[in-house]
Design a protein around this ligand. Structure first.
Ligand code: ASP
Length: 591
């Protein structure tokens, strides 16, 4: 049962609790750890379950010791087989026990705020307040160790591919991701501030200009954004950049790293990473982050109902979903689906049950009478529907119709959030801009250093919203893990982009001047990527919340309940920083 660590320095102990087994019987062993449970055993003896990070071992000790839950002790004694009939099948060490001759209490513990081995989870607020106790739990031990395994796999892959790990500053300056920034006052230059990086974006581009060719970093990024939807102010990403590459080269590099992670965590060969364009993803799955673990793709019906007399289907797009076996859904469910579709922005939802009649398949629906037999047959053929299926159709503007069906697809068929297998997918050819801001300027979909698609460059000023970019996302099971792009390395294109974005030369100069300046000294073509390790580790651990794979996370309101941050600073310290506080209406309570 002993693991790779047979030879590792064992310190105060000879063995780890969870690694003892019948093959060790007869040896005198010393084990150290936390008391998980104590049960009296007759008048003079007690059973103590001792826990360390490898598991639990039962020790028989003199009942006279004052040993309680979470005391830290060392037990030395001979390992023996448990008497017949007392073997505990539920734990790996259940066949043996330490017959103790010596107990040393290394430290005593107050009763813990919640039971470490309890099956009933404590409130998250309490867990976060006493995170050091919470992290003793088996599940949290497993999660953080799995996360370390993810990091190790990433490093293996990056090193193998010739990337150099370089650290970049945390006390930095604005970067172009567009979120609100954290600022740190400078003591030596009162009135001036450092900015915590939203990512190492600018630093890594500079490293390309410096000739490092291939850079990576498991990097902390800080964004002062609202913490809705399972976000953290600080998060970790694999950040990389490479020179003289095309986007395809970067996809290969990044795919290698995530597949290495999946392989290392599951022990199985993962399916290869797929690639599809943004527009194809929208057409087939109604979203730019498709969950590929199940099919149920959107179907085009424009051809099937071309020239139809049915008003609702005379639209730019007529798209359908086929729900296998869905014909049995009752009116209540169908009405609820219709409401949902309308809430999502559709004008309505047409449902058609596929039933068998003597002369073949028939469609049953309140609108069936508006469709000709030929149209019905064409709809059945296009969707590949079979007896017992349900067709859901949305007609209207293309993007909106696809998005509505994409959401219904998830509502109806989504596997549990963290259910394997891991289906990674590249989404490519994103539009360069996503809509217009309040001043009518296009908004950069990725960031302003993203290279436009070469075929679309001449439309940059005339029809900016139609321009594709050389940017790409990596998606895993419906989650956007990260994004990247080929960067602009030519001053003339960069100037045009800033001008389209409505960023004046002065503004560009004041925000990113040192980067733009550096470009004058010889810039290689380059591009890069970054993906979130918190989400990746959470998915791999089967956790819904990234807080479960972060040692010391913050709450939804940005508080660290254990370290009690953020907190007020003494007047003296503020003065040193040259700061005076404005009166506050009311301090927010943490939590
Ligand atoms: N800096 C970008 C981000 O953090 C990723 C990249 O373009 O490399 O989202």
């Amino acid at each position: 049962m002993r693991r790779e660590g047979a030879a590792r320095a064992r310190g105060l102990r000879t063995d780890y609790c969870g690694e003892l087994g019948p093959e060790d019987v007869g040896r005198t062993v010393s084990v150290c750890g936390w008391v998980s449970r104590r049960r009296e055993h007759g008048e003079h003896l007690a059973f103590v379950d001792l826990r360390d990070h490898t598991g639990i071992i039962q020790c028989v000790v003199d009942g006279g010791h004052d040993i309680r839950a979470e005391h830290v002790i060392k037990v030395t004694g001979e390992l023996r087989l448990r008497p017949e009939g007392t073997v505990n099948e539920a734990i790996p060490t259940g066949e043996v026990e330490v017959g103790a001759s010596e107990v040393e209490i290394l430290s005593v513990a107050e009763p813990p705020p919640f039971s470490v081995d309890g099956r009933i989870a404590a409130e998250e607020q309490v867990r976060l307040r006493y995170r050091y106790v919470d992290l003793r739990r088996e599940r949290m031990q497993a999660n953080l160790r799995l996360r370390a395994q993810v990091n190790a796999a990433i490093r293996r892959s990056m090193e193998r591919q010739g990337f150099v790990e370089i650290e970049t500053p945390l006390l930095w300056t604005p970067t172009p991701e567009g979120a609100r920034e954290f600022a740190i006052p400078s003591r030596l230059q009162p009135g001036s501030f450092y900015v915590l990086p939203q990512s190492p974006q600018i630093a890594k581009q500079l490293l390309m200009l410096s000739g490092f060719d291939r850079y990576y970093q498991i990097a902390r990024c800080m964004r002062d954004e609202d913490l809705r939807a399972d976000r953290q102010f600080e998060f970790t990403q694999l950040d990389l950049e490479a020179s003289f590459v095309r986007q395809e080269d970067l996809w290969e590099v990044v795919s290698d790293s995530v597949l290495e992670v999946a392989r290392s965590v599951t022990g199985k060969e993962p399916p290869p990473v797929e690639t599809m364009t943004w527009s194809e993803a929208l057409e087939r799955f109604g979203t730019d982050k498709p969950d590929l673990r199940f099919k149920m793709e959107l179907v085009r019906l424009e051809e099937a109902v071309a020239g139809t007399g049915f008003k609702a289907f005379q639209a730019e797009a007529v798209r359908a979903l086929c729900l296998k076996g869905g014909a049995e859904l009752g009116r209540g469910r169908l009405d609820a689906l219709t409401d949902r579709a309308k809430k999502l922005g559709a004008a309505g939802l047409v449902w058609l049950r596929v039933l068998r009649q003597s002369d073949g398949l028939a469609l049953e629906s309140p609108v069936a009478k508006f469709l000709s037999d030929k149209e019905k047959a064409a709809v059945v053929a296009a969707t590949g529907a079979e007896e017992g299926d349900l067709l859901l159709v949305v007609a209207g503007e293309r993007a909106r119709s696809c998005r509505v069906l994409g959401q219904l697809r998830l509502d109806l068929a989504q596997p549990a959030v963290s259910e394997p297998p891991y289906r990674f997918c590249w989404i490519t050819e994103f539009p360069l801009f996503e809509g217009l801001d309040d001043d009518g300027n296009p908004v950069a979909a990725h960031h302003p250093f993203t290279m436009p698609h070469p075929d679309d460059l001449d439309r940059l000023e005339s029809d900016p919203l139609s321009v594709r970019s050389q940017s790409y996302d990596l998606v895993l099971n419906g989650w956007e893990l990260g994004s990247g792009s080929i960067r602009i390395h030519r001053a003339d294109i960069q100037r045009r982009i800033f001008s389209v974005l409505g960023i004046s030369e002065q503004e560009a100069e004041s925000r990113f001047g040192f980067l733009l300046g550096a470009f004058r000294y010889g810039a290689p073509p380059h591009g890069g990527f970054a993906y979130g390790i918190d989400r990746l580790a959470a998915l791999m651990a089967g956790e819904e919340s990234i807080r479960e794979v972060i040692a010391f996370p913050k709450t939804q309101s940005g508080a660290d309940l254990m370290a009690e941050s953020p907190r007020a600073l003494p007047e003296r310290q503020l003065e040193e920083l040259g700061l005076r506080l404005l009166p506050r209406p009311e301090a927010k309570s943490p939590g």
